[in-house]
Design a protein around this ligand. Structure first.
Ligand code: ARG
Ligand code: ZN
Length: 855
C-alpha cells in the first residue's frame, strides 16, 4: 500500500491523556492502556487504534467491558456510537525477548528498552500512533527488582515503591504533551554517570547517562557534549531545556544512531561510549554530534513536532543543520564543512541520482522506515543552510524564533517552517520552496565571457535539474552561490565575495573589468548542494588550491585537480601526477595550515566518488588508477610523509582540535607511504600499531596493514582480536577493517567472517560493520563475478525475517545497476529479483527492492 501526502486528514479523535501500566518481564510484558479520547470530527466516527502484531486481551469503555470492536488487519476499530468523549481501556500482552525487529518494546542484553519512531508504539499497545495526536503520559511500571533495579520513562519520576515477591514499581509523569513516537521506557540493571546543568533562567537539571556496569568510565565525553549542547542551544537559538531531568540510556542493539524521546534519549552504545583506548577521534566526534543532535530535537522535533511523516525533514533537516553548526563551533568550521560535504556527496548525491531519489518532503511512501535517508537528513540540512546563507545569522534567528513561538506545542509542516523564516527574516521564499518538492541534484555549468573591446567579464550560469522517478520535468530552482573572482594583475581593485541568486535556467552575472582572466571561486563554502561544471584553464585549480581565501574552496580545488587526473587515467588517457604532487606539496608546507584541514585536503577522492563522475563506472580501473596515483604521491613526497610520521604522536588523551588534526594527518601519511609498497612500510605500520597509546593511531595502522598481505597484517589482526574480543564496539572495527580491505580477496574474506563465532545477525552494528563496509568497498562489492552482490542479497534474505528495517538498508547499493555496465547490471537485477521472489518478504524490503529494480 502506498500512502500519499495529499491524502492527509486531521485526526477524528484526539487522546489528550494516556495512562500506561506495564507489568514487565523479558518474555512477557503485560500492558494496560487507558486512553481518554475526545472526538474532533463533527459526526460520529469509529475510533481507529493502530496495532502491529498485538491482540487485545480485553477492551473496556468508560469502565465496562465493551464488545463493539473489530480488527482490521492489525488495527483495532472501536465503535463508540454517538459519544464525543470516552475512556477507552485496552489490555495487551507482548514478548520483548522475541522482538528482533528492535521496534516497540524489546530486550537487549537482559534489559528492556523501546524504540517507537516512527511506528513502533503500535507494537506495544493500540493507539492512533500518528504524530499529530499529542498526549500527556502517565506511566506506571512494575517488575522484578533484581532483574530491573532501574525503571525509567519520560518526564519526572513522581512516585516509587516496593511490591510483593521482590517486585518494585515506579510512576513517571511527563507534563509535556507529546506524540506516541516520543514515548520511551527502559528497565534494567544500569549504572549512572550523574551531572547537572543550570539553565539560563536558573533551573537546575539533573543529567544522567545510564549504561551497563563497567561502561561508566566511558561516558565522560558524552556528558560533556550534553552540557555543551545545552549551553549552545541557549546561546545560539535562545532555547532552554524544559524538564528537571534529562536521561540518556545506551543500548547495544539499536537500528539507528539514537532517539530523542522526551527527557529519555535512547542511544546506540557507539554514540555514547568513548575512551582513548577504544574510540578513535572520529568516534569521539560522532558521540559529540549525535548527543547534540538528540538534545537539539527537544525543541526541533519535540516541542514543535511533525504533522505527519512526510514532514520528517522538518525536524531532521533542521536538527542536522543545528548539530552541524554546533560541531563546527566546537572544532574547526572549515574541516566540519568538508566532512559534511563529503558525507553528502558519498551518501546523498547517489541517492538523488538513482531509483530511490525522493524530494526532502516526499509525496508518497510504502514504509516510512525507508525514508530515514541522507536526502531527508543531510540534503534537508543543506536546504536550511541555504536559507540561513541568504538572510544571514541575525535574520535567520528572527525566523527560527518566530517558528518556535508560532508552533510551540503543535504538530507542524515544512511549509510552516518556510513561512516562519519568510515572515521572521523578511525574505520571499516562493521559488525556494521547490527544494522541498523537486528531487535530484541540480547541475550548474559556468563559463566566463570577455568583451574584447573593454575587458568586461561576464559569468554565464546555467542550471539543469535532472529527471528523477515520477518527476520527468523540473522547474528552475533558486540556488544561492557564493562566488569571488580573483584579479591576478591588480587592475580590478579589491575583490569582494558576492552571493549570486541563480533563479532561472540561464543567467548572466557581470563581474566587472579585469585585464587578465579572473580566477573564479565558485560555490564557496559549498553554499548550495549542487554539482558545478566549469571548464578551467590549466593552472587555475593549482592557483586556487594554494591561494583561495575560502578554505573549503581550497579543498575543493585540490580535490577537483585529483579528480580530473584520476578520471583521465581511468578513461585510458595519459595522465600526469605532477600537478597533483606539486599542489599537495604546497598544501603540506603551507605553514599556518591546520593539520586537520591539510589531512582532508590531501586525501584522494574515494573510489565511489570517482565513479560518480563517469557515465559507466569501471570499478577495477578506478581501483587500479587510484592506487597508482596514491603510490606516485607516496613516492614523490616520501620525505614529507616520513617527516610527519617522524614527529612524536600527540598523547591519545589529548583531544584538542590540533592533536586530533595531527593524528589524522599521520594516518594519511602512513597510507601514502604504504601505497608505495616500500619495503619497510609494513614494519612502519606495525610499529605504529604496537606503539600506539590510543585507538585513532591503532586503527589507522591496522586499516593500512589490512590492505596488504604482510605477515604483520595477520599478526596485528590477531593481537587486536585477542585484546578486544570482549568489547563489542571495538570488535566491530575488527570486522570492518577487513571488509574495507583493498585486497582482491575481500569478498571471500567477508563470506568467511560471516561464519566467525563473533558474527551475529541480531546486532545491527555488527551487520553494518561487516556488510555495510563491504558495500562501501566499491571494487569488492562490484567484483566481476557478482559474488559481492550475491553475498548482500543472501544477507538481506537471511536478515529480513528478523529485522526488516536493517535488512532494507542494505538494498540501495544493488539499485545502482544502471551505472555499472550490462554484465554487472544483469547480475545486480537478478539479485534484486531473487530477493523479491522470497515469500513473506517485509514491506520494508519489498519497497526498496522493487523500486531499485525499476531503475
Ligand atoms: N529520530 C531519530 C534521530 O534522528 C531517528 C530514529 C529513527 N528510527 C527508526 N527506527 N526509523 O535521531
Ligand atoms: Zn534526528
Amino acid at each position: 500500500v502506498t500512502i500519499h501526502r495529499g491524502d492527509y486528514r486531521p485526526p477524528e479523535w484526539q487522546v489528550p491523556d494516556i495512562a500506561l501500566d506495564f507489568a514487565l518481564g523479558i518474555d512477557e510484558t503485560r500492558v494496560s492502556a487507558r486512553l481518554s479520547v475526545v472526538r474532533h470530527a463533527d459526526a460520529p466516527a469509529p475510533l481507529l487504534l493502530r496495532g502491529d502484531g498485538i491482540t487485545p486481551a480485553e477492551v473496556r469503555v468508560d469502565g465496562s467491558v465493551w464488545n463493539d470492536w473489530r480488527m482490521e488487519g492489525g488495527d483495532l476499530i472501536v465503535d463508540l456510537g454517538e459519544r464525543t468523549a470516552a475512556m477507552v481501556e485496552v489490555d495487551t500482552v507482548i514478548n520483548p525477548a522475541t522482538n528482533t525487529q528492535l521496534m516497540g518494546l524489546y530486550a537487549s542484553n537482559a534489559m528492556l528498552c523501546t524504540q517507537c519512531e516512527a511506528e513502533g508504539f503500535r507494537r506495544i499497545t493500540f493507539h492512533p500512533d500518528r504524530p499529530d495526536v499529542l498526549s500527556r503520559y502517565r506511566v506506571r511500571m512494575e517488575g522484578d527488582k533484581a532483574a530491573f533495579p532501574i525503571l525509567l520513562s519520560n518526564g519526572n519520576c513522581v512516585e516509587q515503591g516496593a511490591g510483593e515477591g521482590g517486585r518494585h514499581w515506579a510512576l513517571w509523569e511527563d507534563p509535556w504533551p507529546k506524540p506516541s513516537y516520543l514515548f520511551a521506557l527502559v528497565a534494567g540493571d544500569l549504572v549512572v554517570n550523574r551531572d547537572s546543568f543550570t539553565t539560563m533562567s536558573g533551573r537546575k537539571v539533573e543529567l544522567g547517562i545510564w549504561v551497563r556496569a563497567g561502561d561508566e568510565d566511558r561516558t565522560g565525553h558524552a556528558m560533556q557534549a550534553l552540557k555543551d549542547s545545552m549551553a549552545w542551544d541557549e546561546r545560539v537559538y535562545g532555547r532552554e531545556y524544559d524538564l528537571d531531568l534529562f536521561n540518556i540510556v545506551a543500548v547495544s542493539d539499536f537500528n539507528m544512531g539514537a532517539m530523542e524521546n522526551k527527557g529519555l534519549n535512547v542511544f546506540n552504545t557507539r554514540y555514547i561510549l568513548a575512551d582513548p583506548d577504544t574510540a578513535t577521534d572520529m568516534d569521539y566526534d560522532g558521540v559529540e554530534g549525535v548527543v547534540a543532535h538528540e538534545y537539539f530535537h527537544n525543541w526541533s522535533g519535540n516541542r514543535v513536532t511533525c504533522r505527519d511523516w512526510f514532514q520528517l525533514s522538518l525536524k531532521e533537516g533542521f536538527t542536522v543543520y543545528r548539530d552541524q553548526s554546533f560541531s563546527a563551533d566546537m572544532g574547526s568550521p572549515p574541516v566540519k564543512r568538508i566532512e559534511d560535504v563529503r558525507l553528502l556527496r558519498a551518501a546523498q548525491f547517489p541517492e538523488d541520482a538513482g531509483p530511490l531519489a525522493h524530494p526532502i518532503r516526499p509525496d508518497s511512501f510504502q514504509e516510512i522506515s525507508n525514508f530515514y535517508t541522507a536526502t531527508i537528513y543531510n540534503k534537508g540540512a543543506e536546504i536550511i543552510r541555504m536559507m540561513a546563507t541568504m538572510v544571514g545569522p541575525e535574520r535567520f534567528r528572527k525566523g527560527t524564533d518566530l517558528y518556535f513561538d508560532r508552533h510551540d506545542g503543535e504538530a507542524a509542516t515544512c511549509e510552516d517552517f518556510v513561512k516562519a523564516i519568510e515572515d521572521g527574516a523578511g525574505i520571499d521564499l516562493t521559488q525556494f520552496r521547490l527544494w522541498y518538492s523537486q528531487a535530484g541534484t541540480p547541475r550548474i555549468t559556468a563559463r566566463i565571457a570577455t568583451d574584447e573591446r573593454n575587458g568586461e567579464r561576464t559569468l554565464h550560469l546555467t542550471q539543469v535539474v535532472p529527471a528523477t522517478p515520477g518527476q520527468p520535468e523540473k522547474a528552475p530552482m533558486l540556488i544561492p552561490l557564493r562566488i569571488k573572482a580573483y584579479d591576478l594583475d591588480g587592475g580590478h581593485g579589491v575583490e569582494e565575495e558576492q552571493l549570486v541568486l541563480l533563479d532561472r535556467t540561464e543567467m548572466a552575472v557581470p563581474l566587472g573589468h579585469y585585464r587578465s582572466p579572473p580566477m573564479l571561486s565558485l560555490n564557496r563554502g559549498f553554499s548550495a548542494p549542487v554539482i558545478v561544471d566549469f571548464a578551467r584553464e590549466e593552472g587555475e585549480l593549482e592557483w586556487l588550491a594554494a591561494n583561495d581565501d575560502d578554505p573549503f574552496a581550497r579543498y575543493e580545488a585540490l580535490q577537483q585537480l585529483m579528480l580530473d587526473t584520476l578520471v583521465t587515467a581511468v578513461s585510458g588517457k595519459a595522465s600526469d601526477a605532477g600537478a597533483v604532487v606539486d599542489a599537495i606539496r604546497q598544501t603540506l608546507t603551507g605553514s599556518a595550515a591546520d593539520p586537520a584541514f591539510v589531512a582532508e585536503a590531501v586525501l584522494l577522492p574515494s573510489e565511489a566518488f570517482i565513479g560518480d563522475q563517469m557515465v559507466i563506472v569501471d570499478p577495477d580501473a578506478i581501483r587500479r588508477e587510484r592506487l597508482a596515483l596514491q603510490a606516485a604521491i607516496g613516492t614523490a613526497l616520501e620525505s614529507e610523509w616520513r617527516a610527519i610520521l617522524g614527529q612524536l604522536a600527540p598523547a591519545a588523551t589529548l583531544l584538542t582540535p590540533l592533536a586530533k588534526g595531527r593524528r589524522r594527518l599521520r594516518g594519511v601519511a602512513l597510507a601514502y607511504l604504504a601505497a608505495t609498497g616500500m619495503g619497510d612500510a609494513s614494519e612502519l605500520a606495525f610499529g605504529i600499531f604496537s606503539g600506539a597509546d590510543g585507538m585513532t593511531e591503532r586503527q589507522a595502522a591496522l586499516a593500512t596493514l589490512a590492505h596488504g598481505d604482510s605477515k604483520e597484517r595477520a599478526q596485528a589482526l590477531d593481537i587486536f582480536y585477542r585484546r578486544y574480543r570482549d568489547n563489542p564496539l571495538v570488535l566491530d572495527k575488527w570486522f570492518q577493517v577487513q571488509a574495507w580491505s583493498l585486497r582482491s580477496d575481500t569478498v571471500a574474506a567477508v563470506a568467511a567472517l560471516a561464519e566467525h563465532p563473533d558474527f551475529t545477525l541480531t546486532n545491527p552494528n555488527r551487520v553494518r560493520a561487516l556488510y555495510g563496509a563491504l558495500s562501501a568497498n566499491q571494487a569488492a562489492f562490484h567484483q566481476a563475478d557478482g559474488a559481492g552482490y550475491r553475498l548482500i542479497a543472501d544477507l538481506v534474505l537471511a536478515l529480513d525475517p528478523k529485522n526488516p528495517q536493517t535488512a532494507a538498508r542494505m538494498i540501495p547499493p544493488l539499485g545502482r545497476w544502471k551505472r555499472f555496465g550490462d554484465a554487472r547490471a544483469a547480475m545486480m537485477k537478478a539479485e534484486l529479483e531473487r530477493i523479491l521472489a522470497q515469500p513473506g518478504l517485509s514491506r520494508d524490503v519489498t519497497e526498496q527492492a522493487s523500486k531499485s529494480l525499476l531503475g
